[in-house]
Write a protein that binds this ligand. Structure first.
Ligand code: BGC
Length: 965
């Protein structure tokens, strides 16, 4: 019952605060860029709590019999012009298509009541590590007037300011407007900045140090460009669906891998004083239906996630991020359990702010806020980019509406004070009051023009004032500090060698080694569009097309490449020209018939192929964000077949390099006799060519491991792995009924053999594992210690100011579409009895799993330490990633009845070993690592009877040593 109310409240909130009934346009990023693909705008005068589909279907199915219906139709035909009927038919057809089948499928009522209410929002300032910042923040906030407070919570509107998100300053107290910029693989829309490898490549390195260094370089670039808040890293999507359009922005399909990579990235970014944003909280696993209207439906889909799965899978990396001190969380577009994520009190108030003890501020994804007061009560702190339900129209659900809601008493002023204090405390926590690091002048680049001069409020037709907006400051670092060094290292270590028959790799820089051939030049042919420059890396806005070599996916997570080193150019440079003859055919249709010699004369053929995807607001090559399948794209499979069959007249050796946003099915060619080596090079960023050349000629010994499973078909990943491409209701439902069983956990449970398993990757050397020791540091007990009380949150005056203070100053010159905090007239304030969500007054007990940043501190205590010895037994120096997995097959007692995956990753360490060298590698296992989420006890429970099994090895299916705790 109560759940129901909350879900409908969010829609109700929307109805109350926004009833103008305007056209709702599709989501657009840069208006000029994507018009071509996304279809027409939809005329939507309906509100979200109505059912427009049902309403539109009325005329054809009124309750008359078939004969009467025919008669009616005939009369109608006579009455109306043919033309009108055609228009109606066309509209209905367009609507049905846009609704992705929803029109015909509509039978079910929207589901309500899956997300319990959790009110009020726990205030920030309750943990020691933030208490100084909260003290300073509270002092400042106490001096602010209402308008200043509202300014801090609400963006100024799309393209109102130089960054993708901007807040206005609290001028009287000297608090600056903040600039928020994407993230997560570099600075979006910026010049002279680095295009780092994408998250998926970072995950494939399994190198904690590189994760941190990339974050730090990214943070430094953001700071030097005047950005306060970086919109990354990304851990949602987690990768439930391997074809998910944005999986590549995150670090791989496992919560522990994602969590560690995110925490390291956050540490790096925030050490530079820039606020990191962990996104998208939570369940944003697919692009189709992720937000209202983008897919023709009035509502976004719902990701339905059960409590245990939330804790052990999708929420886990967010918990790691909070533990790492992340200062901002971005709530996602879609609904979670049928309540919009940015208005879901259970998620934001209960899970994030109470249980995980999050001290920073929650910002909405761009237009993910769907209600006014409702979302503030549910725990949202900042509305981005400020515009409310409609893109770029300047009408906010907050801004002046928030001012009104405080003045009319519908939003408790305490909540507003907490919202503001959370933002200001984050600013202090990151040291942004230090003027030597942050001059408070805002970004020195513009997201909206490449010219030196431009308008700051580009989105307002009233802003005619041209200023210097691009100072073209190079932030890429010089010499030893050049960020391209890190970018290249990540790209190289994030390259995964999965097949190397007869040790065909590495190739030698000087060609042949053996005596008999040593006078002959080696001949290498490079094939595939993915090896070359194409039309240049920045040919399409937000990298929204697949052409040339693939360095990143598309969408808000992509950046302008300052350059992109192509495989062809790097490989030509890498080989000794006197001894190796390299020819290149950077096309997927080389002239094999006309010029067969280009294949038959080669000793080695290197084929580059790819698979691309991205954010749902762009569609390209028939891909609307999410991939349509797991195949190699643009005819790459065929190219590999042809090349491997013809290379050296069947005696040549073919090496396949795949640049891809995620797993691809390789069955069509991986076992062909000519295909000797296969490399998964992920998305390498600007240094692409150098990275692959280093691996191919052995300058660097490959050490990447797969951050996902490569299955033989999409079906092998299970039903839950399939994108919902067609609406299955007015609010499309994706129920995560597979629970914990995604990726390798699914393959294990159902005994499916992957082509290449999660965590797999080859090296040019060999490693031996020995001597696993489990050192018990603490005794097993089922429950963590009681929740600590924490510190007192700051208190504020709760008097409601006079509405006259909030009026537009006389003679104020407004810019059209800019979001101001002011109200027009005092009579707009109508104090009254406002409805609150059901459950609002129910007292919530603080979670026993909470008590500090990241949850109960005992969850982070180390209970067991595991060590293993690893020795390099081959002929080259190299790095190995040792992975630790935990299993519960030997537990007894109560936990015996609990369903556990066969194994779960709980740690990894990368170690460099010279030839013959042996090192001991250590893993720490925390209480959380050894526990499961008990939905009845609402706490983490450690199976304490019997033994917990610990296995360490080189991949999820190559576990060499076993021990017990
Ligand atoms: C994306 C976010 C991004 C925001 C701002 C949204 O479309 O989902 O990840 O940070 O735009 O560009």
């Amino acid at each position: 019952m109560s759940h129901k109310k909350e879900a409908s409240q969010s829609r109700e909130g929307l109805l109350r605060s926004y009833d103008q009934g305007e056209n709702i346009p599709l989501r657009k990023s840069l208006e000029e860029a994507y018009a071509s693909d996304s279809g027409s705008d939809i005329d939507a005068t309906e509100f979200l709590d109505r059912d427009p589909l049902a309403e539109q279907s009325q005329p054809a199915v009124v309750a008359y019999g078939p004969a009467a219906r025919l008669r009616n139709l005939r009369t109608a035909f006579n009455r109306r012009s043919k033309c009108a009927i055609i228009i109606i038919t066309v509209l209905v057809v367009i609507w049905s298509i846009l609704a992705g089948g929803g029109f015909f499928l509509y039978k079910k009522k929207p589901v309500d009541g899956q997300s319990p209410p959790w009110y009020p929002t726990p205030p920030g300032g309750t943990v020691m590590q933030w208490s100084d910042s909260y003290k300073k923040a509270a002092e400042l906030v106490r001096k602010m007037n209402l308008l200043e407070k509202v300014n801090i919570t609400t963006g100024t509107g799309w393209q109102m300011g130089l960054a993708v998100g901007n807040t206005a300053p609290a001028t009287n107290v000297g608090f600056p407007g903040l600039a928020l910029q994407d993230g997560p693989l570099g600075l979006r829309f910026a010049d002279n900045a680095t295009a780092f490898p994408a998250g998926i490549t970072v995950g494939a390195t399994w190198n904690k140090e590189l994760m941190y260094l990339r974050g730090k370089a990214h943070g430094k670039e953001a700071r030097l460009k005047g950005v306060n808040v970086l919109l990354g890293p990304c851990v949602g999507p987690l990768g439930r669906m391997p074809a998910g359009g944005r999986n590549w922005e995150g670090f791989g399909t496992d919560p522990v891998l994602q969590g560690i990579a995110a925490a390291q990235t956050i540490k790096g970014i925030q050490e530079e004083g820039v606020i990191a944003t962990i996104k998208h909280f939570v369940g944003n696993e697919q692009e189709h239906f992720r937000q209202s209207w983008e897919w023709g439906l009035p509502n976004a889909m719902s990701s339905n996630i059960d409590d245990r799965t939330l804790h052990e899978m999708y929420g886990w990396p967010f918990a790691d991020s909070v533990k790492a001190g992340v200062a901002s969380v971005m709530c996602s577009y879609q609904m979670t359990n049928n309540s919009y994520s940015c208005g879901n009190s259970k998620l934001l108030n209960g899970y994030l702010k109470d249980e995980l003890g999050f001290q920073g501020f929650v910002q909405s994804d761009w237009l993910a806020q769907r209600s006014g007061v409702g979302s503030a009560l549910a725990g949202l702190d900042m509305s981005m980019p400020g515009d409310g339900l409609i893109w770029a129209n300047g009408k906010s659900l907050w801004g002046p509406e928030l001012t009104k809601s405080v003045l009319n008493g519908s939003l408790p002023i305490d909540r507003l004070n907490d919202m503001v204090t959370r933002v200001v405390a984050s600013w202090y926590q990151l040291g942004q009051d230090d003027t030597s690091r942050f001059d408070g002048k805002g970004p020195n680049f513009s997201s909206w023009t490449n010219d030196k001069l431009g308008r700051i409020n580009h989105g307002s037709p009233d802003d005619k004032d041209e200023k210097v907006v691009n100072q073209f400051i190079n932030v890429q670092g010089d010499g030893e500090d050049s960020h391209r060094i890190i970018a290249r290292e990540v790209a190289t270590e994030g390259t995964v060698l999965v097949k190397n028959d007869d040790n065909v790799l590495p190739l030698l820089r000087d060609g042949w080694l053996s005596e008999d051939k040593h006078e002959i030049k080696m001949r290498i042919g490079i094939f595939g569009e993915d090896s070359g420059a194409g039309d240049g890396p920045n040919a399409c806005a937000d990298r929204g097309c697949n052409q040339g070599t693939l360095g990143s996916g598309w969408g808000s997570g992509a950046v302008e490449f300052p350059w992109l080193i192509t495989p062809v150019e790097a490989l030509k440079e890498a080989f000794n020209k006197d001894r190796v003859y390299v020819t290149d055919f950077p096309t997927n249709a080389p002239p094999l018939k006309k010029a067969p010699a280009i294949l038959k004369d080669q000793d080695f053929c290197i084929v580059f192929v790819n698979a691309d995807a991205g954010e749902g607001f762009i569609s390209s090559g028939g891909i609307k964000g999410d991939r349509n399948d797991l195949n190699i794209q643009k005819g790459g499979d065929e190219l590999i077949k042809k090349v491997s069959e013809g290379c050296g007249e069947g005696n040549g050796k073919t090496i396949v390099v795949v640049h891809s946003v995620g797993p691809v099915v390789v069955e069509k060619w991986v076992n062909l006799p000519g295909v000797k080596a296969v490399i998964m090079a992920n998305l390498p960023g600007q240094e692409s060519g150098y990275a692959i050349a280093d691996i191919l000629i052995g300058n660097v010994n490959p050490s990447g491991k797969l951050p996902y499973t490569i299955g033989k078909s999409l079906d092998d990943y299970g039903e839950g792995a399939k994108i919902l491409y067609y609406a299955n209701g007015v609010i499309p439902q994706q129920t995560f009924s597979e629970g914990l069983y995604i990726d390798y956990r699914h393959f294990d449970k159902f005994g499916v053999d992957p082509t290449y398993e999660f965590g797999f990757g080859l090296s040019y050397t060999t490693f031996e594992y020995s001597n696993l020791v489990v050192n018990k540091l603490r005794e097993k007990t089922p429950l963590p210690s009681p929740r600590p009380t924490g510190v007192q949150a700051p208190k504020f005056d709760t008097n409601i100011p006079s509405p006259t203070e909030a009026l537009f100053p006389e003679g104020f010159k407004k810019l059209k579409k800019f979001i101001y905090p002011y109200i027009e007239k005092v009579s707009d304030i109508k104090p009254g009895k406002y409805p609150y969500p059901e459950g609002y007054n129910t007292i919530q007990l603080p979670s026993e799993a909470g008590g500090d940043e990241g949850g109960n501190p005992d969850l982070w205590n180390v209970y067991a330490e595991v060590s293993v010895d690893i020795q390099n037994t081959g002929t080259r120096a190299g790095k190995e990633v040792a992975q630790l997995y935990v299993s519960y097959s030997d537990v007894t007692g109560e936990a015996k009845k609990v369903d556990f995956p066969i194994k779960v990753l709980r740690g990894f360490e990368k170690v460099f070993l010279k030839v013959g060298e042996k090192q001991s590698v250590k893993f720490n296992l925390t209480r959380r690592d050894l526990s499961y989420w008990d939905v009845v006890r609402q706490n983490w429970v450690m199976p304490s009877e019997g033994q917990i099994t610990v296995r360490v090895g080189a991949s999820s299916r190559d576990l060499k040593l076993t021990g017990w705790y």
